[in-house]
Write a protein that binds this ligand. Sequence first.
Ligand code: TGC
Ligand code: FAD
Length: 393
Amino acid sequence: MARTDQYEGHDYYGVDALLSEDHLLARDAVRAWVKQEVSPIIEEYSERAECPKQLFKGLAEIGAYGPSLPVEYGGGGMDEIAYGVIMQELERGDSGVRSMASVQGSLVMYPIYRFGSEEQKRKYLPKLGSGEFIGCFGLTEPDHGSNPGGMITRYEDDGDHVILNGAKLWITNSPVADIAVVWAKGPDGKIRGLIVEKGMKGFTAPEIHGKWSLRASITGELVFEDVRVPKSNILPEVAGLKGPLSCLSKARYGIAWGAIGAALDCYDSALRYSKERIQFDKPIAGFQLTQKKLAEMITEITKAQLLAWRLGTLANEGKASPAQISMAKRNNVHMALEIAREARQIHGGMGITNEYPVMRHMMNLETVLTYEGTHDIHLLITGMDVTGINAFK
Ligand code: TGC
Ligand code: FAD
């Protein structure tokens, strides 16, 4: 496939030279798919607050679900940098589309792959990898967001089944999901993952309406009223909060790359607009204040690219710590949100319309700043790492 042009890449420090041929091929294939399948429709779907469900299959076809999971378990068999650049290109299209892939690959396939029985892996992973099944991940509760360890969703023993009660809130994909990986406390008080299937009696997943952010992504609740779940659906290989938090590390890593995509799209739009828009008889790109904005934008994008690349090399060596991932997620998402805000200003009044992608990215990034651990929670994780003192307890 032909490479898309360098201009769109905005590779100021030659980070492409640090990527392998396979990384570049994966990135460019996803970039081309986003251009063809996402960009032409995304403003309309966002405006209607409708999830473009047809993309679930396409995401599977381009290998966006679990790019770094083994092929025999429905993944792409690539490395962590390939996973990163794929997330970057998806989020260049829309954070909600990247979310569709993040949840399926990192929050549903990954826990089943890492903590599931061989039978569970064989039953669910190929169908998730091919997009035949859609999954969701239930950790957050109405009263336990940043503090998931306090969750009240519980299951009791009932012979070869357990009885599940409780509720999860803000769950990406829940209304359209075939299965939910749900984290709940067992009779021993330990958190375990359960695979809950659509259609199980007492299980509902109502949609949440009224979001001004991530409008092309469907979000809902998970409600469990005496749901009988076979014990064979419990993920056997993990107990405790480290189960869901390990999945979050995987997804946060992808977001650290993904946010760069949203930032690049905003920067690209602002740069083009500033060269075309004439005020006071010259392009606004000729004004020092506009140049300051653009120069700072590309500087911050470049720093984020280097951070993500280094994190990727550490992840490939199995050495990326959760705190390092937190730093990159926090920095890169905040960077992208600031760039979206500056890009919006450069577009003047046009910046608030759907003629340009910046307002949509800006609204999306408000969610990205909050989910997968808020901006401040990640700051406190870094604070704990550097001081050795836990501010949460
Ligand atoms: P704490 O005592 O620190 O840790 C409990 C156990 O977990 C281990 N651990 C981790 N393991 C792997 N990866 C990580 N990132 C880990 N962080 C901690 C830790 O070592 C310990 O293990 P062990 O063996 O000693 O038991 O737990 P805490 O209760 O004090 O909480 C710490 C805190 C606040 C950092 C954590 O709860 C947290 O990260 N809160 C934020 C919650 C969050 O991120 N929720 C996200 C929900 S899912 C979502 O938003 C999906 S959006 C998807 C999309 O659409 O893209
Ligand atoms: P809270 O925890 O109530 O936080 C509110 C504010 O208080 C924040 O600013 C926070 O930083 C601050 N705060 C909290 N504790 C501290 C502290 N100790 N020190 C300082 N400040 C603190 N969850 C899932 O499980 N699965 C999903 O698929 C999923 N998808 C989502 C999709 C969307 C669109 C959204 C918006 C959320 C999604 N979430 C999902 C939930 C998300 O992870 C939570 O919203 C997030 O973890 C924050 O929890 P909260 O909203 O309850 O905020």
